[in-house]
Write a protein that binds this ligand. Structure first.
Ligand SMILES: [Zn+2]
Length: 296
């Protein structure tokens, strides 16, 4: 973690950091599962979709699949432990290491999202799926007929949906994608530095070791070595880059990458960023790279 051990809120920041990182990881696993499915021509997977339904209603959908046959809203749950659905109270409880934590019922949450989407009157039926990304989940009292899945059986559900008839033609499909994009509302998550008023200068810079968190130094063009535990790392940027996105901001340029990770040149930063599978953002307001969102 990039705060000096003496920093007063290090523990708190670390906890939040790991939560966000686990979320990225779980969503990535589900994204990979979705990409294994064979989709009909003209399909689109949108992730982390923020939509403005009307002036007072905004929704955030983890994944939205758009085809000529259907819309599928997917809610990803990155939690572990025993999940107990209590239909009578509408509450869902997670038990982990003997500690019970109530949270918003994912079934009512996704129902609300679907009802909100219905207000936009898209010409397609809307289906829904709640997906638990981890295998370390036990589900108790799962209500019948609710679309709850483990990552592994999500693809067969989508496969069934893909057998449905087309409801719209290709030009209507493109109109629909444009309509969804026009409703997209960019909501920037506050970085942890902003949230806790930590100055960027006080963060530890450089590439850090995956094993022990100490600074890495470059031994050759392809290999980095830890100054403390001596482990080798050939692609240190791939596990260091999220530090920047979570702590500082949601996009970065080659110059910022060079400075933050103490690289020798922007040229080196460019080659390192290429390994991270990021989106190139180049528009009037922003240039640089962002965490990838799979769209095809
Ligand atoms: Zn190390």
């Amino acid at each position: 973690m990039r705060l000096e051990p003496s920093h007063s809120i290090k523990k708190e920041v670390e906890k939040k950091f790991h939560q966000i990182e686990a979320g990225y990881f779980g969503e990535k696993l589900v994204d990979n599962t979705l990409l294994e499915v064979n989709y009909p021509p003209h399909s689109c997977i949108l992730t982390d979709v923020h939509l403005k339904i009307h002036d007072h209603l905004y929704i955030q959908i983890d994944t939205l699949i758009v085809t000529k046959k259907y819309l599928l809203v997917i809610e990803v749950k990155n939690i572990i432990g025993t999940i107990t659905f209590q239909k009578h109270s509408g509450q869902t409880i997670r038990t982990l290491d003997g500690v019970k934590t109530p949270f918003e019922c994912p079934i009512s949450q996704i129902k609300r999202h679907v009802q909100s989407l219905e207000q936009l009157r898209f010409p397609l039926p809307i289906f829904k799926a709640i997906v638990f990304s981890s295998n370390r989940v036990i589900l108790e009292h799962v209500p019948m007929d609710e679309p709850i899945f483990f990552r592994k059986n999500l693809s067969s559900f989508i496969h069934q949906l893909n057998k449905k008839e087309d409801r719209i033609d290709t030009s209507q499909f493109h109109d629909l994608i444009r309509r969804i994009q026009s409703k997209q509302h960019v909501m920037l998550r506050k970085s942890l530095c902003d949230r806790w008023k930590i100055s960027q200068e006080s963060l530890i810079k450089g590439l850090l070791c995956k094993a022990c968190g100490n600074i890495l130094y470059k031994v050759s063009n392809k290999t980095w070595k830890c100054t403390k535990c001596e482990s080798n790392d050939r692609t240190p940027i791939t596990h260091n880059i999220n530090d920047y996105f979570i702590l500082v901001k949601d996009s970065l340029t080659t110059i910022e990458c060079k400075e933050f990770f103490r690289l020798s040149s922007t040229h080196e930063a460019y080659y390192m960023l290429k390994k991270c599978n990021l989106i190139n953002v180049n528009n009037a307001r922003k240039s640089g790279y962002r965490r990838n969102i799979e769209v095809f």
